[in-house]
Design a protein around this ligand. Structure first.
Ligand SMILES: [Zn+2]
Length: 612
């Protein structure tokens, strides 16, 4: 068994997909609203039995590996690694030449993470360790989060990576540099050409949601805070494995707790997140920056719709302008904001009294409420112009709320707070929206260009249904093959499949899914995937059909396909006849051609008559 076969055998495709999108049992199969294109009614079908999926809206389909590749934007090998970990499968020896560059960079980051963590435990790391303990972290937390220390040296990590023959041979300088761990000297004489990016710093690994270390945040040695010219924190650069806007710090650790709690708390700093987990708030992630990005919203939406933000948001206007906030509101996410009693950040608040943090979560106010108090904070709301300023700022936020009743709620609320009539506010809001809406829609449309399939023409649809029915109800195969000729299905792809099916059936005199699929894989490129699609189509449309119903369905579809076929044939014969009348002279043998065409036309007309 190959690695991928073993992984597929150990995992349930439904459970894997369920982590990304809600699925619903329908008959023996499962359906979902497609995670790859915009739709309201589910056309995404999963067969647990065959361990395959297909979307009849956008045409994507495949197995559990291709699902993860598509959803996570991963290469085959990355998806395999991730699913292998989930399935508890140890991958057999991987050929480094074949491993993708991304995977190789992840390996280097993993080794570097181990190295820094090891140094922190050694005597060289004493001061860094003391610093972390003084900040209230337990040794257990330090080890859990794999915190580390980069020695005060220009090349300790680089030397370490190079000195180990295995690693030295496996990874090149270019790769270590591409991982963001070393920097090339601008002018290199003899000797080393590279130096370590992180020196004498406390190292915080940053993981992606799949537990890969993708970057580090490095905090300055506290003793050097006054003298060091570089920043207090330096981060890994953007690399092939690290895109700051696409990572939510601690999501790998928090995802289970987020699902369980039904909400996620988003803090700004990594240290805040670690401190929260340290105090038992396991559903906390950090944005690693003030603004939440659209990508981060998409990430977290897989686990919950409810976000509680604990940001240091002095500038509420900025917060409202954040793309992530807009996106979250537009995606009907429920946003609340924590106001901490004292202490500027959660870390300080927790050190003061963890119960205060708990209370602050319970007291979190809805985003718009919070925004209202921020924009009106220093204004005298008895003044008309102040009222109008606040009203317009609130309109801009309320317009982001997709839910109509919720919009109504906030309009009523601001009419009360500002002492305007609710009717007037509603009217003004409608005008305001009418003026702004086209602008907003255009911006949204530009961001989302939806790939979508052309709707199938009826003949094509019928041909697919015909093939799907045969596959789902093989007891009617011989009847079906006798009733419809390959030329009577449409278009070429279906014809090719049908012909192959006929050849296969004539050889083996039965239709066994596994055997037929194997046959296709070996003989007809691409048709194995086409078979999967047909199977899921059959499961989707005919899962509840009794054999009798299936039989009558086959008869109906065959009749209709034949009708299409003869109608087309008659049309094309009529054209040929018209052309022949113009060009052929009866004396030159044209009479024979004409007679043949006329007889074909007569036959076709008779066949068509039988079908009506
Ligand atoms: Zn789709």
């Amino acid at each position: 068994m190959s690695d991928s076969e073993e992984v597929k055998a150990k995992l349930d495709i439904v459970e894997v997909i369920r982590e990304y999108v809600p699925v619903k049992a329908v008959g023996a199969n499962f359906q979902a609203v497609c995670p790859f294109h915009n739709e309201k009614t589910p056309s995404f079908v999963i067969s647990p039995d065959k361990q395959i999926w297909h979307c009849f809206g956008c045409g994507r389909g495949g197995d559990v590996l291709s699902f993860v590749m598509e959803k996570e934007n991963m290469s085959f090998i990355e998806a395999l690694r991730m699913l292998a970990a989930k399935a508890g499968v140890v991958l057999k020896h991987e050929n480094p030449e074949k491993t993708s560059k991304r995977s190789r960079l992840l390996d280097i980051m993993e080794i570097a993470g181990k190295y820094y963590a090891h140094v922190l435990k050694s005597p060289i790391g004493t001061k860094a360790r003391d610093y972390l303990l003084a900040r209230g972290l337990s040794l257990e937390t330090i080890s859990d989060w794999r915190l580390g220390y980069s020695p005060d040296s220009w090349s300790s990590l680089y030397d370490f990576l190079r000195a180990r023959p295995l690693i030295g041979k496996k990874y090149t300088d270019e790769e270590i540099m591409a991982a963001g761990l070393i920097i090339r000297k601008e002018q290199s004489g003899t000797g080393r050409n590279y130096y370590d990016r992180f020196r004498d710093r406390v190292m915080f690994p940053i993981w992606d949601v799949n537990n890969n270390i993708v970057a580090f945040t490095a905090r300055i040695n506290p003793e050097k805070e006054k003298t060091e010219k570089m920043g207090k924190y330096i981060n890994s650069p953007q690399t092939e494995v690290y895109d700051k806007s696409r990572v939510l710090f601690a999501l790998n650790k928090a995802k289970g707790a987020i699902k369980k709690a039904g909400y996620a708390i988003v803090v700004e700093g990594q240290m805040d997140a670690i401190s929260c987990h340290n105090h038992g708030f396991d559903n906390v992630v950090a944005s690693s920056g003030t603004a939440l990005t659209t990508e981060q919203i998409t990430l977290i939406k897989r686990f919950t719709n409810n976000l509680v933000l604990s940001f240091d948001m002095d500038d509420a206007g900025q917060m409202a302008a954040d793309r992530g906030t807009k996106e979250a509101l537009a995606q009907k996410m429920n946003l609340k904001v924590i106001t901490l009693p004292y202490g500027k950040d959660p870390d300080e608040c927790l050190k003061n009294n963890p119960d205060d943090f708990k209370q602050a979560i319970l007291d979190a106010s809805p985003m718009l409420q919070y925004y209202f108090s921020k924009v009106s904070a220093d204004l005298d709301l008895k003044q008309l112009d102040n009222k109008l300023t606040v009203r317009d700022k609130m309109f801009a936020m309320i317009a982001l709320v997709e839910d109509k009743p919720e919009q109504g709620y906030w309009l009523k609320k601001i009419s009360e707070e500002l002492d305007f009539s609710e009717t007037d506010i509603r009217e003004e809001f409608a005008k305001w929206q009418a003026a702004k809406r086209p602008e907003l829609n255009r911006a949204l449309a530009a961001e989302k260009s939806e790939p979508s399939l052309k709707p199938l023409i009826r003949e094509e649809l019928l041909s697919e249904l015909f093939l799907a029915l045969i596959i789902k109800f093989p007891e009617f195969i011989s009847y079906s093959l006798d009733s419809l000729d390959p030329e009577q299905v449409y278009p070429d792809e279906n014809v090719r499949f049908y012909k192959t099916l006929i050849i296969y059936y004539n050889k083996s005199a039965s239709l066994d899914y596994n055997d037929f699929r194997q046959y296709l894989t070996e003989n007809e490129e691409g048709l194995d995937n086409f078979l999967d699609k047909l199977i899921l189509l059959g499961e989707k449309d005919f899962y509840a059909h009794t054999p009798e119903e299936a039989k009558s369905e086959i008869i109906k579809v065959v009749m209709e396909l034949k009708r299409y076929f003869y109608q087309k044939k008659i049309k094309s014969l009529e054209k040929e006849i018209a052309a022949a009348e113009k060009t052929e002279s009866p004396e030159a043998g044209g009479g024979e051609i004409m007679a043949r065409l006329m007889s074909e036309l007569k036959n076709s007309a008779e066949e068509l008559k039988k079908l009506i």
